[in-house]
Design a protein around this ligand. Structure first.
Ligand code: NDP
Length: 520
């Protein structure tokens, strides 16, 4: 496989170039593939200042002019798909299919979606008020860009979960400074190159390469932070942003449950569990991380999952269709996966398949299936973020829902049953921001649907109207065209005016509407 081209990328245009650097590794081979500037707070401040200048002209452009850049970028992504996929594969260690599906396809789809929808979601909203004090006035809600949005991303989807969030911010008229994970920064630099070719004006999107401290500096400088990453870092970012009252949107970790009921299509449930438990090496915020199966179909489900998992090929991703499961991207993750498995086994779980790091070169973990698990074990309560599927037998639907909701997270969730009405009822009982019946994760592709976590899985949503409105300040505008010289509530206060207001308040608010009398 060719070595990534960004080895020689000119990062000086971003304010980097001098001083400290950090190394980027290919986790599937262990080779160092690049060194990039580790930007400090001054360099980040400089980048944000440049972005702030560029934002003014960008915001003054029409939605159609901004959309034209996004459509050209979409074409660039597709024309350069091989280079983009290769870059993601080399710095992340994922398979070609995982890179093409999420980092290329989903991002290309998002470019077109926001190009088409931004004007609609951000159009001025005319409001009619019930208030007699504003009778006859024009009332408008309008959305205006916040300025410079800082997008801080994780390593699992280096493009989809970093540039993917920059797209609606840009379409709303903001400039963006992206801080990709130090583990996977090369694809963001490639995206920046693509945007330049697509005609994005200089300075509207800049990349701050560096470590966590670079991200922390961005929190101090940006007008809003869109963060995707671990719950632990999300809490730090929220605390830091509180210092400047900078708004944050947080997409954090998950421990997503799947419920398989006795009347489920067990074959589909098993295929879904294995795919969405192992896809991207299990390194998806909304991976299926734990499964609850009703007793009558438990044995059948477990044996299907073992059989399907055993068939998965793992290793250094090469060309199309070469392997199903790629590398563990981030070195410390291996220790977390091992710790969760060790803890489970010590407490009585059985490793049905896998359970160990795979042989090198490179960093891999065997696709793993565990049974005999319960909620005293970390593997059922903490985010593992690896190719693991712990399966727990439950008595009935109530027990399944109880355990599914026994979590501090709340990202995605799924329930499998042939009775779709029952499925939807259970989905609505699940304490998660998203729930699927007879499916998992594909709701993410419906960009019209808000996607976000509850509890410790996050604050705010991406996608849907709120997914772009959050990048704007909301301004309410009231325009009075015709008005008397003075309104009744104005000075001077007189007994007559006072009586009128008092009587009016009794008339308007002094009774319970008939249909609510005697209720509740
Ligand atoms: P981290 O929280 O470790 O890092 C995320 C980003 O934050 C990185 O760019 C990191 O930089 C940066 N960062 C670290 N410390 C700070 C700080 N103090 N201030 C500002 N920025 C900082 O997450 P991972 O990269 O390990 O990603 C995996 C996590 O992301 C999982 O928990 C996963 O569930 C979650 N995730 C959530 C998604 C969602 O939509 N809810 C989607 C995808 C992933 P550096 O890497 O240089 O340290």
């Amino acid at each position: 496989m060719a070595t990534v081209e960004q080895k020689t990328v000119d990062t000086s245009r971003n304010g980097g170039g001098d001083g400290r650097t950090f190394a980027v590794e290919n986790p599937a081979t262990g080779e160092t593939i690049s060194h990039l500037p580790d930007m400090d707070a001054d360099q980040v401040r400089e980048l944000v200042a440049r972005a702030r200048v560029a934002q003014k002209d960008w915001a003054a452009r029409s939605f159609d002019d901004r959309a034209a850049v996004m459509y050209r970028m979409r074409k660039w992504m597709i024309d350069n798909r091989d280079r983009v996929a290769r870059t993601v594969m080399e710095e992340n260690g994922k398979t070609r299919e995982d890179a093409l599906l999420a980092d290329v396809f989903i991002t290309a789809d998002a470019l077109g979606f926001w190009a088409k929808k931004a004007a609609h979601y951000l159009a001025d909203e005319r409001v009619r008020s019930h208030s007699m004090f504003t009778l006859g006035r024009k009332l408008v809600v309008r959305y205006r860009p916040r300025g410079v949005v800082g997008v801080i991303g994780p390593w699992n989807y280096p493009i989809a979960n970093c540039f993917g969030d920059a797209i609606p911010a840009l379409m709303a008229g903001n400039a963006v400074v992206m801080k990709p994970s130090e583990v996977t920064p090369l694809s963001s630099l490639l995206v920046e190159e693509g945007l330049r070719e697509a005609g994005l004006p200089g300075g509207v999107l800049l990349v701050a390469t560096g470590t966590g401290e670079t991200g922390a500096a961005l929190v101090d400088e940006a007008d809003m932070i869109m963060f995707t990453g671990s719950t632990r870092t999300g809490k730090k970012i929220m605390a830091r942003a509180a210092e400047t009252l900078t708004p944050v949107s947080l997409e954090l970790g998950g421990k997503d449950p799947m419920i398989v009921l006795r009347d489920a299509d067990v074959e589909r449930a098993a295929n879904t569990a294995v795919y969405w438990g192992m896809a991207n090496g299990g390194q998806i915020c909304q991976s299926i991380e734990r499964v609850y199966v009703e007793e009558p179909v438990y044995d059948e489900f477990v044996s299907k999952v073992i059989e399907k998992t055993r068939a998965l090929r793992q290793g250094r991703p090469e060309g199309a269709g070469s392997v199903e499961v790629g590398a563990v991207t981030f070195a410390p993750q291996v220790e977390i996966i091992e710790r969760h498995i060790r803890d489970a086994v010590e407490k009585g779980a059985r490793v049905e398949l896998g359970g160990k790091p795979a042989d090198g070169p490179g960093r891999f973990f065997q696709p793993t299936v565990l049974t005999g698990v319960d909620h005293s074990m970390e593997i059922m309560t903490e985010e593992t973020f690896g190719p693991t599927l712990p399966i727990m037998k439950v008595r009935d639907e109530d027990e399944a829902v109880h355990y599914a909701n026994d979590t501090r997270y709340g990202l995605n969730s799924s329930v499998f049953t042939r009775d779709v009405e029952k499925g939807e009822r259970i989905a609505r009982e699940l304490s998660a921001g998203n729930a699927c019946v007879n499916d998992a994760l594909v709701n993410y592709g419906a960009t019209e649907l808000p996607f976000g976590g509850t509890h410790e899985s996050g604050i705010g949503v991406r996608h849907g109207a709120q997914g772009i409105q959050k990048y704007c300040e909301v301004q309410s505008v009231l325009v009075t065209r015709f008005a008397p010289k003075s309104d009744i509530y104005m000075y001077p206060y007189t007994p007559t005016k006072s009586r009128i207001v008092e009587r009016l308040s009794v008339l308007l608010y002094g009774r319970v509407p008939r249909r609510f009398r005697g209720r509740g």
